[in-house]
Design a protein around this ligand. Structure first.
Ligand code: SF4
Length: 453
């Protein structure tokens, strides 16, 4: 059992639920507390104070957040932890209601109040809302060679099923200088890979006075010594301009990878969702991306069971997925969220029908992913080593890594064996492909060629 003493800074642990965007908020709070002298641990059983950073995007995420809060309230009751704070999207969305649901929580920290985490923990004030500032110091929770870089928060796209603009507010982009500064600091700490995140990375800069745009930001990030891989996550298809495609294609450091959620392919559905693109736009975009970069890895998300989705529209989506052959695709069923426009739409699709459609797409995609991965067999790729698993005397360690086409946390991994360390970039030949993961052998490290010459 660990208890806070009055004359020593407490040990704080964080539980980060949800997506990488929330993880960056968690890292900012960890950095702020660490800077103030608090010990940060990833082991909640050693902590005096636990902060749960919550997600509330979907009903299922809210249920998970409630369950985790309950779990830590029980730990507080039996004295395993002394204080419990709940941060993030859930307090932002539910406000007082959450307070009433969980009176044993010591404090709620809305998204706007995260920058005040130290003050909130030290005095537990009902603080004034302030805009989310960027802490000068951030404590990474990911492997030390890779980091998420948040370039903006909030969203101005009004997709009719989505609560995020209500929870996170309108688009607020960080200044170009502050992003470059943070990227430089991360590079100095040994980060090789930056994964750019926002609710929609393509919207970056619209709201800033001099309107810097994503291509400009990418070019400046490429100039930072030490950064080797830059990856774009969460790009709304409507914002993927020709200039952005050319920038990705021309800059070696930018991974030929894009995560672009399409949600649907059928025009009536896209319109009802307010996605502001058409099926024809999507077809054109995919062919432009593949023309400019034949090796590009395309990841997408689609939603089935949106209100009014007919069998014919689902068939249209199924056919689109089959012919487009995304490398990775996540399908999920529409979740009716109170407060969204779509929640009041007629013709909600029965859950059983939506589940069947979802399963059918996932089955289709499994075969496509396997086929796309199989095309890589026999080819040489750059890979980053994330973890080394020792296998006993006389046996080479197993290396768990990723190619440039595999984003951390969401895509599969590349398994190799050899004597390398985490954080090294190597060349690997792919020898076997599965639905998600790849297997390979080491080819050579970039430095080896220079040594031979
Ligand atoms: S782009 Fe649409 S789905 Fe994504 S956060 Fe914005 S409103 Fe939500």
């Amino acid at each position: 059992m660990s208890m806070e003493s009055t004359n020593k800074k407490a040990t704080v642990s964080f539980v980060s639920l949800g997506c990488p965007k929330l993880l960056v908020d968690t890292e900012m709070m960890m950095g702020a507390l660490n800077e103030r002298g608090y010990d940060i641990t990833f082991d909640t059983s050693r902590a005096d104070i636990v902060v749960i950073n919550t997600c509330s995007f979907l009903e299922v995420a809210r249920r998970e957040s409630f369950a985790v809060i309950d779990e830590f309230i029980k730990k507080k009751r039996i004295g395993r932890i002394s204080r419990l704070f709940v941060a993030g999207c859930l307090p932002e969305l539910m406000g007082q209601e959450l307070d009433a649901m969980f009176p044993e929580v010591d404090g709620f920290v809305s998204l706007k109040e995260m920058a005040n985490i130290v003050e909130i923990i030290e005095s537990r004030p009902k603080s004034e809302s302030i805009s989310l500032g960027l802490r000068p110091h951030r404590l990474l929770s990911t492997a030390s060679h890779t980091a998420y870089l948040k370039i903006a928060d909030g969203c101005d796209n009004c997709c009719t099923y989505c609560l995020i603009p209500k929870i996170r507010g309108p688009l607020v982009s960080r200044s170009l200088e502050s992003i470059i500064d943070e990227a430089r600091r991360l590079a100095e700490l040994g980060v090789l890979e930056l994964n750019l995140i926002a609710q929609d990375v393509t919207a970056y800069g619209h709201d800033l006075p001099d309107a810097p745009r994503l291509p400009q930001l990418l070019k400046q990030l490429c100039d930072i010594d030490g950064i080797q891989w830059i990856r774009l996550l969460y790009a709304h298809p409507k914002g993927i301009s020709d200039e952005l495609i050319q920038t990705i294609a021309r800059h070696e450091k930018v991974c030929k990878y894009i995560d672009m959620p399409i949600q649907h392919s059928e025009n009536r559905m896209l319109k009802l969702m307010n996605r502001r693109v058409s099926r024809q736009d999507l077809v054109r975009l995919v062919s432009k991306l593949r023309e400019a970069m034949p090796e590009i890895v395309l990841r997408t998300t689609v939603m089935v069971g949106f209100p009014g989705e007919t069998e014919a529209e689902f068939e249209g989506l199924h056919e689109f997925v089959k012919t487009t052959m995304f490398d990775r695709l996540v399908a999920f069923t529409y979740s009716r969220e109170d407060g969204t426009h779509a929640a009041s739409m007629p013709e909600q699709v029965p859950k059983r029908v939506a589940d069947d459609r979802n399963n059918s797409l996932l089955k289709l995609q499994a075969g496509i992913s396997l086929e796309r991965n199989s095309r890589l067999v026999g080819k040489e790729h750059e890979a980053i080593i994330d973890r080394v698993v020792r296998r006993g005397r006389g046996r080479s360690p197993t290396l768990i890594g990723r190619t440039r086409g595999q984003a951390p946390d969401v895509d599969g991994v590349l398994t190799l064996s050899g004597n390398m360390s985490a954080g090294e970039i190597v060349r690997a030949v792919i020898t076997r492909a599965g639905y998600y993961d790849l297997h390979g052998r080491l080819a050579w490290k970039p430095g080896d060629l220079a040594a031979i010459q």
